[in-house]
Write a protein that binds this ligand. Structure first.
Ligand SMILES: CC(C)(COP(=O)(O)OP(=O)(O)OC[C@H]1O[C@@H](n2cnc3c(N)ncnc32)[C@H](O)[C@@H]1OP(=O)(O)O)[C@@H](O)C(=O)NCCC(=O)NCCSC(=O)/C=C/CCCCCCCCCCCCC(=O)O
Length: 719
């Protein structure tokens, strides 16, 4: 909807009304068309202002309309109509002008922005391009290189930067509408010739071809198979080479190709999934909208290794007071320096003062006595963590939430060490903790809804996307990772190389293949976990039992590498070789290839040629199958939780939506059929046995992903 009012006698004001972000739904578009007609037909009206209600100009096209039968007036002629109007039209931009919202503003003759407004063309992150003239008008307004950068990254800019770039004519700290009305009065009757952006020539840099070539190289490198960034470059190129009308045709053609693509569907699903995870629920009935978080003013972090330092920085940067505890004096001294450096670097980047005074350091655990929430981040050792939880339970004031940053240990076992297990939850951060956007909030059997709600709230306060998940070994992310890693190891045994497996996964779009990722995170991490649960043989086993654990196939390859102190990048050797310990550039290692050959010979394995499809099928479908088990077990409330965790924490390509979305795109019956096939070939690998929820979904006609929850039967919990 759009509201029309007349102010100061001669200014027609059109207010977009569609909460929460005034998206351009059919009703809003119709409203703008009708109100523009009215403003242009009233002789008393000399100029027009377009604004949005509730301090938000416009969040762009209504994404919920995509994929439906779109009705109502089309956006492009609507914007053209504004631009060609004989009366000046001023956009009064408060809050946001994003996507179609900014394109609407670019159709206006002038733009006034509030100093706190954010502007951008983020369509690329939805698998689209700015298809309402944005790719043709923006380069004409701010130059080709600047427009290319904004359109291909989807970056939001501040009002100050928008002014500098020339996107807006004025920035104000005052009431934006009042300023826009004043401005509209001042330009009434003046020539609009220079202010119809589409009629202006597109300024060319002297090296225009090189600019496009570089931009194309950059997006192809960054995009890893994503279509939209490439199409964005092509569309801007049309602005540089074609007259406006032809450029618009090219924009439309490219837009159409993207609009119906699987990638756009995946990215739009992922947009809503990231928001849906905030509406958490547990199998016991605790919910986001009925569980009230408790305010946390002071928090403590126990253990200042890499994770503890990152968590301390994340909390302090969000304005929380932090007591940072490390009992090892040497480590504490190093941590003080490390945390201060990180805070200073972060502050420089954000242009704010460093939050150094937010952190108090101590080598005594007693320093946590009066904090509201503790995050334990010591070494991944159950006995050590148990001892700390016993101490915390005795030391902390009543009601203090006790959280653990374990990446997979049993939350209930830790909670059992305390007098108030309802106050215990997991807060699983991802390294580097002050950078990575993901937080798994893990509820145990006895965690109170308030403890879950508080951890979720802290997560959003420190800028994380928090996902509430149930307690099981590895929670969601690391549990799913296990069968994926396992398949990768089995493929090596059968004849693949780390280079082949990584190539296939990186071509699929993963930021890093499984072996390069393992080298980066350290092979010793998983080795310690496998040792703790008794999977690692005490001495090199030979014979048939070397590759069997608990009756199932097991690959000791990772263990054997660790025995050679090949922990990955940190030791300069892992699945690849590096020029030095800590080196980053992975190079194929002839030693590893010889080692694999000897290993196969020792175990009577005959290497075979493994094709790309098999690598992809086995790694991905094993992972997806575990995702279905997680849903079946009620560890994740819905597929969105798994997808968000996997994209944000494990490098799954966003343009493929996440593993569960991908399964739906491939077709659940195809996933089932492939798993059945591979399980038949490898009957000793239980992770390839299709899970019953997958079978049930296929039997229910493979419903779309937003209907899966109806098929999932939720198990009982004590929450
Ligand atoms: C920054 C935000 C705007 C706000 O952030 P925040 O305050 O944190 O709040 P959120 O939690 O994110 O959001 C609050 C709720 O609002 C919902 N929301 C947000 N934006 C939109 C939107 N644009 N549409 C619908 N709903 C929206 C959000 O989901 C939340 O609700 P819920 O919790 O999920 O219930 C932030 O939200 C944000 O960044 N939003 C996205 C901004 C964006 O990306 N905008 C660009 C949208 S795409 C666009 O504008 C495209 C323009 C070109 C259109 C061209 C023509 C159209 C179609 C022609 C069809 C042609 C077919 C061709 C085929 C053929 O011919 O055959």
């Amino acid at each position: 909807m759009a509201l029309y009012t007349r102010v100061s006698g001669s200014v027609g004001v059109i207010t977009l009304q569609n909460p929460p972000v005034n998206a351009l739904s059919a009703a809003v578009r119709q409203g703008i068309v009708d109100m523009m007609d009215r403003a242009l037909s009233e002789p008393e009206v000399k100029s027009v202002v377009i604004c949005g209600q509730n301090g938000k100009f416009c969040g762009g096209a209504d994404i919920k309309e995509f994929g439906t039968n779109m009705s109502g007036p089309a956006l492009i002629p609507l914007i053209d109509r504004i631009e060609s109007a004989a009366k000046p039209v001023v956009a009064a931009i408060e809050g946001i002008a994003l996507g179609g919202g900014l394109e609407l503003a670019l159709g206006c003759h002038y733009r006034i922005a509030h100093s706190k407004a954010k502007l951008g063309l983020p369509e690329v992150s939805l698998g689209l391009l700015p298809g309402a003239g944005g790719t043709q008008r923006l380069p004409r307004l701010i130059s080709i290189p600047a427009a290319l950068e904004l359109i291909t990254t989807g970056r939001h800019v501040t009002a100050a930067e928008a002014l500098q770039l020339g996107i807006v004519d004025k920035v104000t700290d005052r009431n934006t509408l009042d300023e826009a009305v004043k401005f509209a009065l001042s330009v009434a009757g003046k020539s609009l010739d220079l202010h119809r952006i589409s009629t202006n020539p597109c300024p060319h840099p002297p090296d225009v071809d090189a600019v496009f070539e570089t931009a194309m190289q950059r997006v192809r490198q960054r995009a890893r198979g994503a279509l939209a960034p490439v199409a964005c470059v092509q569309a801007v190129r049309a602005a540089a080479t074609l007259p406006y009308a032809h450029g618009m045709e090219r924009e439309r053609e490219l837009f159409k190709g993207l609009f119906t693509s699987g990638q756009a569907r995946a990215l739009q699903y992922y947009f809503f999934a990231q928001r849906a995870v905030g509406r958490w629920s547990t199998p016991g009935g605790a919910r986001w909208d009925t569980s009230k978080p408790r305010p946390v003013r002071r928090a403590a972090v126990i253990g200042l290794g890499t994770m503890g330092r990152g968590i301390t920085v994340a909390l302090a940067q969000a304005g929380l007071s932090v007591v940072a505890v490390e009992t090892n004096e040497k480590q504490l001294t190093e941590a003080k320096q490390g945390v201060s450096d990180m805070l200073e670097r972060g502050a420089r980047r954000r242009g704010v003062p460093p939050a150094l005074d937010k952190v108090i350091y101590s080598h005594k655990i007693q320093a946590v006595a009066d904090v509201d929430l503790v995050i334990e981040a010591v070494f991944e050792d159950m006995e050590l963590k148990k001892a700390i939880f016993q101490q915390l339970s005795a030391l902390c004031k009543p009601g203090t939430f006790l959280c653990t940053n374990t990446s997979g240990l049993d939350i209930d076992e830790l909670a059992a060490q305390t007098q108030n297990p309802e106050l215990v939850v997991g807060m699983h951060f991802f390294a580097p903790a002050h950078v990575m956007k993901l937080l798994e909030v893990v509820y145990g059997q006895k965690s109170s809804p308030q403890a879950v709600a508080t951890a979720m709230q802290i997560g959003s306060k420190i800028g994380k996307v928090s996902v509430a998940v149930g307690n099981c070994r590895g929670f969601v992310g690391n549990r799913i990772l296990k069968p994926y890693l396992e398949q990768a190891f089995f493929l090596l045994e059968e004849g693949a190389t780390p280079e082949l497996v990584d190539k296939v996964l990186e071509e699929f779009g993963f930021a890093m293949g499984v072996f390069r990722m393992s080298d980066l995170s350290g092979l010793d991490v998983g080795w310690r976990v496998r040792k703790a649960i008794g999977l690692v043989a005490p001495e090199a086993l030979t014979g048939p039992y070397a590759r069997v654990r608990e009756g199932h196939r097991y690959s000791p390859l990772g263990d054997l590498l660790c025995e050679q102190v090949r922990f990955g990048q940190k030791t300069g050797r892992g699945w690849y070789q590096y020029d030095k310990p800590g080196g980053r550039v992975a190079k194929p290692d002839p030693w590893l290839h010889r080692f694999l050959e000897e290993y196969r010979a020792q175990h009577g394995l005959v290497a075979r040629r493994i094709d790309h499809q098999e690598v992809l099928d086995r790694c991905l479908y094993a992972l997806i199958n575990e995702g279905f088990r997680i849903l079946e077990d009620g560890i994740a409330a819905g597929p969105e939780d798994i997808d968000v965790i996997y994209v944000l924490g494990y490098g799954w390509p966003q343009h493929r939506g996440g593993p569960m979305f991908y399964a739906g795109m491939v077709g659940l019956n195809k996933v089932l059929e492939r798993l059945e096939h591979y399980h038949q070939v490898h009957p000793d690998v239980p992770n390839l046995q299709p899970c019953s929820l997958l079978r049930k979904l296929v039997a229910s006609g493979s419903p779309p992903i937003n209907k899966w929850r109806e098929v999932i039967k939720k198990p009982h919990s004590q929450l």
